[in-house]
Design a protein around this ligand. Structure first.
Ligand SMILES: [Zn+2]
Length: 137
């Protein structure tokens, strides 16, 4: 690792700590690095778009959300568990998250944006194929 790379990594780390909880998470950074290595150009967290998408690819008029399986309730995913205590609290919270996601996605679609959801668990595998299929050149 060159000193420049190390510098970049530590810069990123300090930025993470100061950032709002849900921004610049490890899965997001993994995806950004992958997209970058595949030659895609993108912008981050466009606040003027519904749901402030994690990644925006203007050229493809496409937004990408990196969703944590637990918070966004990835269907049939082993990471989308429900805590055993305070069940009602969690179920309400999950419902609100899902409703918010649906609303944001509907608004983005209305504005003509294509939406890609990448689940955190997918990032553990090889998602290059998934990205290529979603973002044809
Ligand atoms: Zn999942």
């Amino acid at each position: 690792m060159s000193s420049e790379v190390i510098h970049k990594v530590s810069e990123q780390r300090s930025r993470n700590m100061s950032a709002i909880k849900s921004k610049n998470t490890k899965p997001e950074i993994t995806l950004r690095k992958l997209l970058h290595s595949m030659g895609y150009r993108f912008r981050l967290h466009r606040k003027d778009l519904p749901g402030s998408p994690d990644i925006v690819l203007p050229k493809y008029k496409t937004v990408i959300f990196v969703h944590g399986c637990f918070w966004h309730r990835h269907e049939n995913c082993k990471y989308a568990t429900t805590p055993k205590t305070r069940k009602e609290f969690w179920e309400k919270k999950f419902r609100e998250n899902i409703n918010r996601d649906n609303l944001n996605q509907a608004n983005l679609s209305l504005k003509g944006w294509k939406i890609i959801i990448i689940w955190e668990c997918q990032l553990k595998g090889d998602i290059k194929k998934l990205i290529r299929e979603s973002l044809p050149n």
